[in-house]
Write a protein that binds this ligand. Sequence first.
Ligand SMILES: Nc1ncnc2c1ncn2[C@@H]1O[C@H](COP(=O)(O)OP(=O)(O)OP(=O)(O)O)[C@@H](O)[C@H]1O
Ligand SMILES: Nc1nc2c(ncn2[C@@H]2O[C@H](COP(=O)(O)O)[C@@H](O)[C@H]2O)c(=O)[nH]1
Length: 191
Amino acid sequence: MTKNRKGTLFVLSGPSGAGKGTIRARVFEALDGLSYSVSCTTRAPREGERDGVDYRFITPEDFAARIAAGDFLEWADVHRHRYGTLKSDVEKVLNEGKDMFLEIDVQGALQVKKKMPEAVTLFVVPPSIEVLEERLRGRRSEGEAELRLRLRNAVEEMKQRDLYDFVVVNDSLDEAVKRVCRFVEQRRQAL
Ligand SMILES: Nc1ncnc2c1ncn2[C@@H]1O[C@H](COP(=O)(O)OP(=O)(O)OP(=O)(O)O)[C@@H](O)[C@H]1O
Ligand SMILES: Nc1nc2c(ncn2[C@@H]2O[C@H](COP(=O)(O)O)[C@@H](O)[C@H]2O)c(=O)[nH]1
């Protein structure tokens, strides 16, 4: 039987290093029928990242052209780079009745909620700034200046958490994944 309802858009947000990507990967293993929106970014690929899988890596010129063309559902300058979600990707998946996850920063999440109040927003909080720093350092993905910038931005981003539909503290990963899965399932069943 084909579903004629639109899919649900889940927006996973929170500071860099809070664990969004880690939680999302585990939620996708646990739950069926979720799609992921591959964002565009002007940042350079990290070791192991693949174009079209982790991000669409595009030039600042291409990014600007896409803004001018109105291609983005949301976009933002985050930690000195640009990131954006393509409207066409989201519309296609939701119109097929499938549920989709975005994994984006706070500015982007608030833009989406304004345009699509029916979107469901989730905020991942690290147990503390000290633990966030440890985890970011452990990931070894940024140099010192970029890491310090991400930590400074985290303090401001965390002040926005009350604007979200659901907040999860990522202390024990298993617990955080369980809570997010339970919340997503409840939202899916409520429709
Ligand atoms: N509950 C946890 N306990 C210990 N380490 C964790 C936990 N959750 C995530 N991590 C580790 O913390 C680091 C940051 O996690 P992750 O990359 O998922 O964060 P993120 O929010 O997606 O970051 P970004 O926004 O920069 O992409 C990773 O090395 C990850 O393995
Ligand atoms: N507003 C948007 N933010 C995005 C998007 N894709 C990723 N992000 C966020 O940017 C930071 C940094 O990411 P990183 O991969 O360089 O560590 C992080 O908070 C991401 O969630 C997007 O399309 N729009």
